[in-house]
Design a protein around this ligand. Structure first.
Ligand code: PNS
Length: 160
């Protein structure tokens, strides 16, 4: 049986922290579907298509990683992808409230779906897409936080 994990998020944009979690997930399952949420309420910096394209570029060497987008309930998308597991990264205790609430709600929506929390590499625990967006917006150096294609996309997005 093929084991599949869904790794959902906004990925606005994908960071080295996300990459780390995806690669760690590959040790646990056969196939990882990175599920980019449309999330229009969050008014993302990058379009859904741009976020998918950046993830595809960053993950192009990983044959077992598939990039998709979704616009409904995560539990429904996970079922459609025949995923057994939802992966979420946990960086700090402050993440836990929201993450446990989401995991329990997803379990309510689909009792078969298990959420697994992965901890990123220590040097990436302080990283978030929102901090990367802010640093890039203020013309700071984000080269250690994101893949070069993402850095270039941020520069273009901020008109540089
Ligand atoms: O990167 P984020 O913004 O923390 O990701 C949040 C995300 C996209 C995983 C979450 O908002 C989500 O699953 N959205 C899809 C809609 C849904 O299923 N909502 C109920 C979650 S319990």
């Amino acid at each position: 049986m093929t084991t599949t994990a869904i790794y959902p998020g906004s990925f606005d944009p994908v960071t080295r922290g996300h990459e780390d979690i995806i690669r760690r997930s590959l040790h646990l399952v056969d196939r990882v579907v990175v599920a980019v949420a449309a999330n229009p309420a969050k008014e993302p910096l990058f379009t859904l298509q741009d976020r998918v394209t950046l993830l595809q570029a960053v993950m192009q060497e990983e044959a077992r990683v598939h990039i998709a987008s979704f616009d409904g309930l995560l539990a429904d998308f996970a079922r459609a992808e025949r995923a057994q597991v939802v992966i979420r990264g946990l960086r700090a205790v402050s993440d836990f409230d929201y993450e446990s609430q989401m995991a329990l709600m997803n379990r309510q929506l689909d009792p078969e779906l298990e959420t697994v929390f992965l901890v990123p590499a220590l040097h990436l625990t302080y990283l978030s897409s929102s901090l990367v967006r802010e640093i890039a917006r203020l013309n700071g150096d984000v080269s250690t936080f994101v893949h070069p294609v993402v850095e270039q996309a941020l520069q273009r997005r901020f008109g540089r």
